[in-house]
Design a binder for this molecule. Structure first.
Ligand SMILES: Nc1ncnc2c1ncn2[C@@H]1O[C@H](COP(=O)(O)OP(=O)(O)O)[C@@H](O)[C@H]1O
Ligand SMILES: N[C@@H](CCC(=O)OP(=O)(O)O)C(=O)O
Length: 370
């Protein structure tokens, strides 16, 4: 394990640690985490904290009996609790704490993404501690990441962290949910996020948690894919942090994969939002998947969903499997008109031809295993 030889880390802290009683905030577990953060910073490691807990913190102010909480109520509680959660961290840390609230829409927009990147790096270079959470009060279903495990992986990718440390209320990934299966065994190291590994993960057992182990595996998948090693540790134990500082093995370590993707392609793959689908004919699917080719309008057989020029879209093989994600040079209506035709006929059909290709190879990522 790399221990404190890391240069930059992202630490994600779940609601169960911030609000062990299910509401309000408590320093019970945060004290050891704050000490760990301070020790890392003193040793020259840059730290970004992704902290959940605004909804749970807000619950101390207003009592709601409905379960699950309606979305508008969660948004109201987040608005109350975010300030309380930030204040609790600020009390425990001798460093300037900077609040960063993000939605998926912010990360999916290339310009906003670059601004987020700049702000985070500026804060780090000035010794501040960025504390990131989802902007729950403004995020609708379509705009949100939905859970802070995946958000933390995206943030780790933005700042090109060496490690993502997910602090939860369980020792790591077990072969099954240890709360329901007494025979479950802790897995100390995972080399690849296979279907067998995903099959081990269950949901959360408490009402403040989002996603349980499933979203932690998704986060590990995202982070390790871009070369960031990921750890799930028990943030309720102070010993977890002592072990990390001593470079001892703890929790579950997900080994980083070797990556050759550019930063732009990382963004495209993990942060850009794509919902529309562009279906390819067999020849185009082969060329995109195996020959590093751009997608020409001629190879497009069907366009499903709405998108603008510059939006990310999924590229599908004739059997409907997703083979790549790319930025379209045309909006959905235009691509529908020019699908199946040669590039030199685009101007005749549309009256203009801003691009010879529908998706340029530089703006396209082929999915691994596709
Ligand atoms: N295979 C598994 N190994 C470990 N924990 C699991 C597993 N499957 C489900 N879980 C559950 O996931 C929980 C942690 O996720 P969650 O409650 O969302 O925490 P957090 O608030 O830290 O994000 C554990 O407490 C456990 O109940
Ligand atoms: N953004 C939400 C937390 C969402 C979330 O992922 O919670 P958790 O599973 O406890 O990390 C909040 O601040 O309450």
């Amino acid at each position: 394990m790399a221990g404190v030889s890391w240069k930059r880390i992202v630490i994600k802290v779940g609601s169960a640690l911030i609000a062990p009683a299910g509401k309000g905030t408590s320093t019970r577990y945060l004290l050891a985490i704050a000490r760990f953060i301070s020790e890392c910073k003193l040793r020259g490691v840059e730290v970004v904290l992704v902290s959940s807990g605004s909804v749970a913190a807000g619950r101390s102010a207003i009592e709601f009996t409905h379960q699950p909480l309606p979305i508008n109520v969660k948004q109201a509680l987040a608005a109350i609790g975010q300030a309380q959660m930030m204040a609790t961290w600020s009390q425990l840390l001798d460093w300037p704490c900077a609040q960063i609230l993000l939605t998926h829409a912010d990360l999916a927009d290339r310009r906003r993404y670059l601004n987020i990147d700049n702000t985070l790096r500026t804060l780090l270079s000035h010794g501040a501690l960025p504390i990131v959470n989802e902007n729950d009060t403004v995020a609708t279903k379509e705009l949100r990441v939905g859970d802070n495990d995946n958000l933390a992986a995206m943030v780790a990718s933005v700042v090109e962290a060496d490690a993502l440390i997910i602090c939860s209320d369980v020792d790591g990934l077990y072969t099954a949910n240890p709360r329901t299966d007494a025979t479950a065994q802790l897995i100390p190291r995972v080399e690849a996020l296979t279907a067998d590994i995903y099959a081990m993960a269950g949901g959360s057992h408490h009402s403040t948690g989002t996603g349980g182990m499933v979203t932690k595996l998704q986060a590990a998948d995202k982070a390790t894919a871009v070369g960031i090693e990921t750890l799930i540790i028990n943030g309720q134990r102070a010993q977890s942090f002592e072990a990390l500082l001593n470079g001892e093995a703890i929790g579950t370590l997900f080994a980083a994969r070797k990556t050759t993707l550019s930063a732009k392609k990382h963004w495209l793959l993990h942060s850009s939002k794509a919902s529309a689908e562009v279906w390819l004919d067999q020849g185009a699917a082969q060329a995109v998947q195996h020959k590093g080719a751009s997608l020409l309008a001629k190879g497009v057989s069907q366009v499903q969903g709405e998108f603008d020029k510059g939006d990310a879209v999924w590229l599908l093989a004739p059997d409907g499997s997703k083979i790549a994600k790319g930025v379209s040079q045309y909006n959905a209506a235009e691509l529908n008109k020019i699908k199946g035709i040669h590039s030199d006929q685009i101007a005749a059909v549309l009256g203009y031809c801003p691009s010879e290709v529908a998706v340029h190879r530089d703006d396209l990522v082929v999915l691994q295993g596709a």
